[in-house]
Design a protein around this ligand. Structure first.
Ligand code: GLN
Length: 557
């Protein structure tokens, strides 16, 4: 019987500022270890007191990512899953809110009878116990832990302390992500901010084993040596992570610097050779075959000014473009601008003219929805390939009801009580008062009607996609809308809820789910792939609208 070694830990933290891409570093470290055939998972800690991300505004916090099990988590989980091509469950997401809820529940149960419950040691012990038992349960070789926020923040100080304590009894490699600015006037990379940040890290009792330097240009030797000197590290442990066009290049950038071998050595793992097949598969996603065809996709949404709000949509489009040899340009279009002349609606409509495809993503509330409906009408009338995601599907139904089924006041009960609610609250939702974790969430199975565009795209009759919404297609209008030409191409397996609708004779698909959450570099979402390929065909003026299945299907692979 083979004996599994105790789990080792990598802790990724930032000591200087946030927003440096710790999630990409965490994913790249995990990816490299996976390529060496270790069993690895990522875990993230976020210091805020929300229980999860479900109640956060995407405009402030970025996208809320949804897991298979319905967990509403930080957008970094999207990065993890896309890099690792693996589902992560919600027990790998720890927040301040979750930890405090659990520790107080323990106190109420009487687990600490007689003690005054403190951050150290009770909460820190609890964090260590939770992490180590999860790692053992999942039989992990390595757990890569990303600490959200910046070292020195009050919000994550107890967590950093728990990681320091974890390293006393377990093998832990600390990876610090820092920023090396370059002053244009001097033309030199400056290391002082990193030196100061290292000081605050040491104050917390943490000595990094690796320092990853974000910079605009490749890290120069002088800066590398200086940082090494101040951090008690060999220069090869100070690594370059400069800006690249493609975030998925980071594993390769680290690999070229020998990082994988160094961290395996640091963790005391037995050295397994690089799995060349896995590495080649990863690299093959980026190898352009021949010249790339230009592709413009217009995304009409209300949170477009913060692109992070649509991180998974952006990535899903990129994955589909990579696998279709397309040179993708995304045009972000603010939906309110389509609504009236004073806001420049004519100019906005003009913006749609060079789009090879139009996409309306998910969203909440009425703001901007009339503008989205206008963009959808434009796509239908001009036979521009259209993809609607969740809200984008609901608005596609409303547009059809108003303009094709003559239900002029068609709307959603999310926006108004006075119209014909072709989109309505489901019965199970009517009594729900709590906002946290109470939507239709996570993976749901759907059955697809053969002969539809959706069926061609998925190449399957039974599919599963992730959901996050309260409202649904109102069944009272099913017949009327079908009579008016809307195709209902998929429902839940019991037939009760509409999952996918489409237009006849042209590529227009709306899905109640969020297929973007399951799109990966190595395995793009079938629906995005079909959309992108239709858009490419449309862009070349080839059979726009008629040849609805002209795209080359990769589905089922
Ligand atoms: N606001 C809509 C609903 O709750 C759509 C949600 C979404 O797009 N994720 O049903």
């Amino acid at each position: 019987m083979s004996h599994r070694m105790q789990t080792k830990y990598v802790v990724v933290l930032g000591s200087l500022l946030s927003g440096l891409g710790k999630g990409i570093v965490t994913s790249s470290v995990a990816k490299l270890l996976t390529m060496h055939n270790y069993n690895v998972m990522p875990l993230k800690f976020d210091g805020y007191l929300n229980y999860d991300c479900g109640t956060m505004n995407p405009f402030r916090h970025g996208e809320v990512f949804v897991l298979e099990d319905g967990g509403e988590v930080d957008m970094d989980f999207g990065t993890y899953e896309r890099f690792l091509n693996k589902n992560v469950n919600k027990s790998f997401s720890l927040t301040g809110g979750k930890l405090f809820t659990e520790i107080i529940a323990r106190e109420r149960k009487g687990d600490f009878l007689g003690a005054d419950v403190q951050i150290i040691p009770h909460l820190t012990d609890y964090i260590i116990e939770r992490i180590t038992s999860l790692a053992e349960k999942e039989k992990l070789d390595v757990l890569v832990i990303e600490v959200g926020g910046t070292v020195g923040d009050i919000e994550n100080s107890y967590f950093v302390e728990a990681m320091r304590q974890l390293s006393v009894k377990n093998k832990v490699a600390f990876v610090d992500v820092t920023y090396v600015p370059e002053l244009e006037t001097v033309g030199e990379q400056k290391t002082k901010p990193t030196q100061l940040a290292l000081r605050s890290l040491r104050q917390e009792g943490v000595q990094p084993d690796f320092i990853i330097c974000r910079s605009t240009r490749a890290l120069d030797e002088k800066a590398r040596r200086k940082i090494a000197l101040f951090s008690n590290l060999q220069p090869d442990r100070v690594l370059d992570d400069h800006d690249t066009k493609n975030i998925y290049e980071l594993p390769d950038i680290l690999l070229k610097q020998g990082f994988d071998k160094m961290i395996i050595d640091e963790l005391g793992l037995e050295l397994k050779p690089m799995d060349e097949k896995k590495l080649a598969e990863w690299r093959s996603c980026f190898d352009g075959r021949g010249e790339k065809k230009p592709l413009t996709i217009g995304v009409v949404g209300k949170y477009v000014n913060l692109h992070d709000s649509y991180a998974s949509v952006t990535q899903a489009l990129h994955h589909a473009a990579l696998h279709s040899n397309a040179d993708l340009r995304i045009k972000w279009l603010e939906s309110e601008a389509f609504e009236n002349a004073a806001l420049g609606s004519e100019l906005a409509m003009e913006q749609l003219k060079d789009c090879d495809g139009i996409l309306v993503p998910g969203g909440f509330g009425a703001r901007g929805t009339e503008g989205m409906i206008k963009a959808i009408e434009y796509a239908r009338v001009n036979k521009v390939p259209y993809l609607g995601l969740c809200l984008g599907m609901q608005l596609m139904v409303i547009e059809h009801a108003r303009n094709m089924a003559n239900i002029k006041d068609a709307s959603s009960s999310e926006f108004t009580d006075s119209g014909s609610s072709v989109i309505d609250l489901m019965d199970e939702q009517k009594g729900v008062k709590e906002k946290g974790g109470s939507m239709r969430l996570g993976a749901w199975e759907a059955k697809i009607k053969p002969g539809t565009v959706a069926h061609a795209a998925y190449g399957a009759e039974q599919i599963s996609e992730r959901h996050r919404h309260r409202y649904e297609f109102n069944n009272l209008y099913r017949q009327k809308l079908e009579d008016a030409g809307l195709v209902i191409s998929a429902t839940t397996t019991d037939g009760k809820l509409v999952e996918i609708v489409e237009w006849k004779g042209q590529f227009g698909v709306g899905t109640q789910a969020h297929p973007e959450f399951k799109s990966r570099v190595e395995k793009p979402s079938p629906l995005f792939l079909a959309f992108v390929r239709s858009a490419l065909a449309y862009g070349k003026g080839e059979g726009a609208g008629e040849e609805i299945r002209s795209y080359n299907l990769l589905a089922g692979k």
